[in-house]
Ligand binder design. Structure first.
Ligand code: MGP
Length: 299
């Protein structure tokens, strides 16, 4: 694959990578960081033998991109996007590719909900991800009542989508005052875990038929509210919903545990609930829709 990134975007990618490596948040584990350098070295050794220049070996003249397991789309809404036809996104230097929503039955049902949510851009490589990341306003600088939705391409960030309708979400609510210095890195690591498929690693193993099983993850969201941030991981299935099977609850709990410990950097036994804060909790979308009391799984 030939890269379409230009010089400044490459420099931006590199700067974003360096920023992520210079972690100063004691709350965040360094798992995500320790993976990157190893991968860089391996790719470079093979690539150079064949005349392939990666962004890591040659940040200005690289000629390949590293494909992700699947393409992703970033969506955005905020009070600014309401009732406007043009996308009002917090991105300056990245070309935006808004387009019509796919017309599946789930999409038609979610039309009202999707009205103010703007499709920003799709990407399918590591390099494009970093180019986007470096040009986007971080959650800590977003206005109140804004949301970023990073979903697998073809899945809209709505309960009604076929891929979400039997699913649910893990989420954590974090008080704004204490977490403003940490939320950007928490969101970055959440996105990296999603696009790197570390929440539900079964995607990366082939079953005997040769086709990789569908990952449980459909998307991740960060929301800013007047007094708190919320980060959520949406799953395709939920215990007690159709397509539940014996191992599902364990698999779902594995996603929540990975989120709490490896992505957010808490210990597994940490109790996080408090004023304006919640534990890492799972609720099915059907229960969220009902708005009443819901059955929660807590990690
Ligand atoms: P929210 O934004 O997920 O919750 O949903 P929050 O942050 O607690 O509430 P907010 O008012 O501060 O934004 C808010 C409301 O939006 C829900 O109660 C639903 O009415 C609606 N809504 C949320 N989601 C995720 C969906 C969806 O996927 N489809 C539809 N149709 N409505 C939704």
């Amino acid at each position: 694959m030939v890269s379409a990134l230009n010089g400044p975007t490459l420099a931006a990618s590199r700067a974003a990578l360096s920023a992520a490596m210079a972690d100063d948040n004691p709350n965040i584990s360094d798992d995500a960081e320790s993976i990157e350098p190893g991968e860089i070295q391996e790719v470079n050794m093979e690539a150079q033998a064949e005349g392939i220049r990666t962004v890591f070996s040659d940040p200005t003249n690289f000629n390949v991109k590293h494909p992700l397991y699947s393409p992703w789309t970033l969506w955005f809404d905020s009070p600014m996007t309401k009732n406007r036809n043009l996308p009002q996104t917090p991105i300056s230097a990245v070309p935006q590719t808004p387009g019509p929503l796919p017309q599946t039955p789930g999409v038609a049902a979610a039309q009202g909900w999707m009205e103010d949510i703007k499709r920003v851009i799709s990407f399918d490589s590591v390099e494009e991800f970093w180019g986007l990341y470096n040009n986007i306003v971080p959650p800590s600088a977003l206005p109140q009542k804004a949301n970023y939705y990073l979903f697998k391409e073809g899945i809209i960030p709505a309960w009604e989508d076929e891929a979400n309708k039997h699913g649910g979400k893990w989420s954590i609510q974090l008080p704004k005052d204490k977490n403003k210095p940490h939320v950007d890195k928490m969101w970055l690591y959440t996105m990296l875990a999603a696009i790197g498929e570390t929440f539900d690693p079964s995607l990366t193993t082939l079953d005997p038929s040769g086709s990789p099983p569908n990952s449980l993850i459909t998307g991740v969201i960060v929301s800013t509210r007047p007094q708190f941030y919320r980060i959520s991981i949406w799953t395709r299935l939920a215990p007690g919903m159709p397509d539940d099977d014996d191992g599902l609850r364990e698999r779902i709990e594995g996603v929540g545990r990975h989120f709490k410990v490896n992505v957010l950097g808490y210990t597994e036994s940490a109790k996080l609930a408090g004023p304006l804060a919640t534990d890492v909790e799972f609720v099915s979308h059907k229960d969220s829709e009902k708005k009443g009391k819901s059955k929660k799984i807590t990690i």
